[in-house]
Design a protein around this ligand. Structure first.
Ligand code: KPL
Length: 299
């Protein structure tokens, strides 16, 4: 399959790199990363160790492929969609944090847009080198739930590589479940500057669990039947599987970059407000991260 990964940072490069062992992959990446890949290939370290030689470009305009995988930050989704709309794809898959990304992509693109979640831990060590810091899984499927031959084809392509993949008929539920995990792990690990596994210990544990319970309650208020038990089990299993990992939000804060707080805990807060629910833990974390961003984030 011909695959374009749009936004090949840490996670996009890890996924694209593993897919490149079986498929014809083009990474759309920042200049220094793309040049390093052109020179010496893409080196994957850690649990998925290999060196591959995908094509790497910096300009994503006018590309054509069977599948475009979008891995940009949630706040860059619209810009990515505009660029991808100048090319041609049979299917588009969002593997991003936060909610609402698929709808934003679908507004610009004719191809079917699939939803996906990824729980692999990934860290960009230097241009051209990415480390897998935690084995996770990819879950993908039609964004409104149900089945589709396109989702099955994409799932089979992922399965052909060594990525652990499930094709799901209930993506709205899966997206809320992943949102709960990100809401529990990302802001706490970023603010306290701790690895994912540290949220399993007191006092971070209670804070993370409160975030997750508030998120699951908000999901249920919007007719997504996510129980506290399932959401909390998911939090614990992702934190354990990626225990040594630096969450994407902690990476952003440490690099002085804008975070995805708005699309993660901010989304929970906004959705809770529409049905008159209080989510005090999420509200506090949003306020803290936004205060940090205002003073420190470069973009
Ligand atoms: O999605 C992630 C992130 O860091 O954004 C997890 C699953 C928490 C892995 O670090």
């Amino acid at each position: 399959m011909e695959i374009v990964v749009f936004g090949a940072g840490s996670l996009g490069s890890l996924i694209g790199g593993v897919l490149a062992t079986e498929h014809d992959v083009t990474l759309v990446a920042r200049e220094s990363h793309a040049r390093a890949i052109e020179r010496t290939g893409l080196k994957l370290e850690g649990a998925l160790e290999t060196t591959v030689h995908p094509e790497a470009v910096t300009d994503g305009h006018g590309l054509a492929a069977d599948l475009a995988i979008v891995t940009v930050k949630s706040f860059d989704t619209e810009r990515a969609a505009e660029t991808l709309a100048t090319g041609s794809f049979e299917a588009v898959l969002s593997l991003q944090n936060g909610m609402g990304n698929e709808e934003r992509l679908a507004r610009y693109l004719e191809a079917p847009v699939l939803a996906g979640t990824a729980t692999y831990g990934a860290l960009l060590i230097e241009p051209g080198t990415v480390r897998c810091t935690g084995l996770g899984e990819i879950v993908l499927g039609p964004r409104n739930g149900g089945t589709s031959p396109v989702a099955d084809r994409v799932g089979a392509a992922f399965d052909a590589s060594s990525l652990e993949t499930t094709v799901s008929a209930s993506m709205p539920h899966r997206l809320w479940e992943k949102l709960a995990v990100n809401a529990g792990i990302n802001p706490i690990t970023a603010l306290a500057d701790i690895p994912n596994g540290a949220i399993l210990e007191a006092p971070a544990r209670e804070l993370a669990r409160a975030c997750v319970r508030e998120t699951a309650r908000t999901a249920r208020a919007h007719d997504v039947l996510l129980s506290n038990r399932v959401a909390l089990e998911s939090l614990e299993s992702v934190a354990r599987a990626t225990a040594k990992n630096t969450s994407s939000m902690r990476q952003d804060v440490n690099a002085g970059r804008r975070t995805e707080i708005e699309a993660i805990n901010g989304y929970v807060l906004a959705k809770a407000e529409t049905v008159g629910l209080e989510t005090p833990t999420n509200r506090t974390l949003v306020a803290l991260l936004e205060t940090w961003e205002r003073k420190n984030a470069s973009d």
